[in-house]
Design a protein around this ligand. Structure first.
Ligand code: AVJ
Length: 330
């Protein structure tokens, strides 16, 4: 039947169970409703994020990439020429290329990108497979599970470098970020390293432009959370009834993204058996993107048990790469 083909092309994509749980929990909160920032990155959202990185207003990814390109040689040397390189959140692999190329110039590299998205891992492998002397072993897992799986592959005497780039750490609260740095430190050995990319505090106007661009790509990226619920969970969100909003929280030095309901409305999410009520002007908090001071990052590492740190800073945009190295465990 011809109808079958049409029905297939409109088939509901399978709901990601972790995202579905977070939706059910976050939209039934009595006070501030929330949706998780990890939910942005389905196929549509990942493509929109790639566009964001090209926008003139969003300098973050360009600063990160430029720094890594310029400092790759120093980073690999300071990390003690690691043989095992683990990356949290594989991204497109474009930024990692410089580190891997430099590492492979000193000896063969085992590269283990970790991501919950199989599509992201496939893109990363396709983008980096041509670098000679690098064995790529993608791990489809959460960061915590993935780190344990990756470190189980360490052969004795191998030195490890963990990469956490792109200011992804900025999505954590400061307390969560500190706990994360501590947890990684406990899993590593003396002389292992961790490279963390962080966006730095900068003028509020610059930040607001970066998270509310003139083309509306960030608005689409934010609204895609609702579109994704419609696609995966038979949600009834009318996207025109929600507005993208980016605020800067001075006290916490972070951008907060929200979706504001333009009217009082009730929205069904059929696959969850849920109806959500919104007051006019009520918001869903969708992301926090923390901005750091360079010395604050070094201090966080020290407090988490990392003995030494080195930093490379892009002053034009305001971005830092910080390399923490584990000393002897006391
Ligand atoms: C990928 C988490 C670093 O916080 O800037 C971009 C995501 N959100 N525009 C960020 C994002 C809105 C991005 N991170």
């Amino acid at each position: 039947m011809f109808a079958t083909a049409a029905a297939f092309s409109h088939a509901r994509p399978r709901a990601d169970p972790a995202f579905a749980r977070a939706v059910a929990e976050g939209l039934t909160r009595v006070r501030q409703k929330t949706l998780p920032a990890s939910g942005f990155y389905d196929a549509v959202g990942s493509a929109l994020f790639e566009v964001i990185t090209l926008l003139p207003e969003y300098g973050l990814t360009r600063a990160d990439a430029t720094l890594l390109e310029c400092a790759a040689e120093e980073i690999v040397t300071a990390a003690g020429e690691p043989e095992l390189i683990v990356e949290l959140g594989s991204g497109t692999g474009a930024k990692t290329r410089h580190i891997l190329t430099e590492g492979a110039a000193r000896g063969s590299i085992h590269y283990l990108p970790i991501d919950i998205s199989r599509a992201a891992l496939r893109n990363c492998e396709a983008a980096l497979h041509d670098i000679g002397g690098v064995l790529i072993d993608p791990i489809e897992a959460t960061y915590a599970e993935g780190i344990d799986l990756a470190l189980a592959r360490r052969q004795s005497g191998q030195r490890v470098l963990i990469l956490f780039l792109g200011s992804t750490i900025g999505n954590f609260t400061r307390v969560e970020a500190a706990a994360f740095l501590h947890r990684i430190r406990r899993r590593l050995l003396p002389r292992d390293s961790l490279l963390v990319g962080t966006d730095l505090v900068k003028p509020t106007a610059t930040l607001l432009r970066a998270y509310d661009d003139s083309l509306g790509v960030t608005a689409a990226f934010n609204l895609n959370l609702l579109a994704r619920i419609n696609r995966e969970m038979d949600g009834q969100f009318d996207l025109a009834q929600f507005a993208h909003e980016a605020r800067y929280n001075e006290r916490q030095s972070r951008i907060e993204m929200h979706l504001r309901s333009r009217v009082a409305q009730r929205v069904g999410i059929d696959a969850l058996g849920l109806t959500v009520s919104f007051a006019q002007g009520e918001t869903i908090w969708t992301e926090s993107s923390h901005k750091f001071r360079a010395e604050e990052v070094r201090r966080m590492g020290k407090q988490a048990g990392w003995q030494t740190s080195r930093q490379w800073i892009d002053r034009q945009w305001g971005f830092a790469e910080t390399l923490f190295t584990a000393g002897s465990v006391s």
